[in-house]
Design a binder for this molecule. Structure first.
Ligand code: BG6
Length: 461
């Protein structure tokens, strides 16, 4: 049996920096953040130049896997031709992973779409799906000898909803029809890549990573159960059902159609292709659950707290005629109003396992905090508590039969946190962004190493 994977995760835009180096083109995030003059990832953690040091540190921290994503605009030019310097960079990184005993877990797309494709309509344009399939094939060919754990997309719901519905990510739209179309195109593109992967006979497995939000209800009434189903369709089922079974939830499609949305672009040929090309495994990123009640009144309201001041710009989710999310006053929240709820991971894993019977990786789990990194060692006891409780919850679900094969802390080191900037820190290793990008392991780094060692001993018994 393969060893359990204990690792940590990153994403290209959030850590690499070198945003215009060695032939890399502009991504939609480069373009958007520059245009709005917002904090950006031009330098970020400068993984591009520090990868050896970072991978060595992950390995010395007892980890045996590393999750990273590839930057599409680093790999292909506007005509779809390969940028050899981009390929060389990732081959160096992947080789280095192997040198340090880290199995690479590679995501093809973690939101950094080439800007020239965004300018042509991005995920609303079907041509982007074909361009993505070409990009995926290039990656399978270029890195297939170094990678056997592939992910088509990181969190389709998160980037599509934030970009097209909530409007806090590029291209900052608020349009339900665009959201439906973009979401469908991403799931279709995922299936195109899976088909190419299987046709090419590349070694390994291919899956998808989902921003997993297990749903709880405020009570056990029928009305609440219906609201929970709507919430589950909105948060989870359209990604997980489609990826695992090749089928979108039919009641969700019925509801969208009854609300007057055009679904005619979901053609029988595309649906058949999706049905035939499903994933080998599911990656779940777990940060929090959603507690829901039936919709009462008011317009759809979707607010995400990107301010980092608890209670200010408070998160709010009301989906008109679907459900409302409620705040549980008894649970702890971060400064970004993210609930801390390990029980959700335990319940969620079992739910996903019983429903889909596919191998599961916890591909991200972590807590974002403000931290003073000028000290020699950040004593992040809150992160240790968070990880301990979540890892215990995961292991309980595993002990009860769920096929969980890996856990990745988010993140390997501090990095750029999208609209929240670099001061929202998740890393096991601190990076002093203002002072030469010096790396310093936090207390959680040593704790994680010990925890991994203890669990390995148990595995061997
Ligand atoms: C996940 C993403 O949604 O959560 C990561 O895959 C992201 O890219 C992480 O950084 C934490 O979210 P945030 O918004 O706090 O950076």
């Amino acid at each position: 049996m393969e060893k359990f994977l204990w690792g940590s995760a990153t994403a290209s835009y959030q850590c690499e920096g070198a945003w215009l180096q060695d032939g890399k083109l502009e991504s939609m995030w480069d373009h958007y953040l520059h245009e709005k003059q917002l904090e950006n990832g031009d330098v970020a953690s400068d993984f591009y130049h520090h990868y050896e040091e970072d991978l060595k540190m992950a390995s010395e921290g007892g980890q045996n896997s590393f999750r990273l994503s590839l930057s599409w605009p680093r790999i292909l030019d506007e005509k779809g031709n390969v940028n050899q310097r981009g390929i060389d960079f990732y081959r160096r990184v992947l080789t280095c992973c192997h040198t340090y005993g880290l199995k690479p877990n590679v995501t093809l797309y973690h939101w950094d779409l080439p800007q020239y494709l965004q300018a042509q309509g991005g995920w609303l344009n079907e041509a982007t799906c074909d361009a993505y399939a070409h990009y995926a094939k290039v990656c399978f060919e270029a890195f297939g000898d170094l990678v056997d754990l592939w992910v088509t997309f990181n969190e389709p719901r998160w980037f599509i909803f934030n970009g097209y519905l909530i409007g806090n990510y590029p291209p900052e739209h608020h349009d339900v029809d665009e959201t439906i179309k973009g979401a469908f195109h991403v799931m279709y593109a995922s299936s195109l890549a899976i088909r190419l992967f299987r046709e090419g006979g590349y070694p390994g497995q291919i899956g998808i990573v989902h921003s997993f939000t297990p749903i709880n209800g405020v009570d056990d009434t029928i009305a609440t159960r219906i609201a929970m189903r709507y919430a589950d369709n909105y948060c989870n089922n359209w990604v997980l059902d489609t990826a695992a079974w090749g089928e979108m939830p039919i009641d969700m499609l019925g509801k969208l159609a009854s609300e007057g949305h055009d679904l005619s672009f979901m053609t029988p040929a595309k649906l058949a292709l999706m049905k035939a090309n499903t994933v080998d495994f599911l990656g779940l990123n777990y940060y929090a659950r959603a507690l829901v009640k039936p919709y009462t009144s008011g317009e759809t309201t979707l607010i995400v707290n990107n301010a980092g001041k608890a209670g200010k710009g408070t998160s709010k989710t009301i989906l008109k005629n679907w459900f409302e999310q409620v705040n549980d006053p008894h649970t702890k929240k971060t400064e970004w109003d993210t609930e801390i709820y390990p029980q959700g991971l335990y319940e969620g894993i079992l739910m996903v396992w019983h429903k889909y019977h596919l191998p599961i990786y916890i591909t991200e789990n972590g807590v974002g905090m403000y931290e003073d990194v000028s000290v020699p060692c950040v004593e992040d006891d809150y992160r240790i508590d968070f990880m301990q409780e979540h890892i215990e919850a995961m292991l309980r679900a595993k002990d009860e039969g769920a096929d969980v094969r890996g856990y990745y802390a988010w993140s390997t080191f501090d990095l750029y946190s999208w609209k929240n900037g670099c001061e929202k820190r998740y890393g096991l290793v601190a990076i002093d962004f203002k002072n030469g990008l010096v790396r310093k392991p936090k207390a959680s780094y040593a704790w994680y190493r010990q925890m991994i060692e203890n669990n390995r001993k148990k595995e061997c018994k």
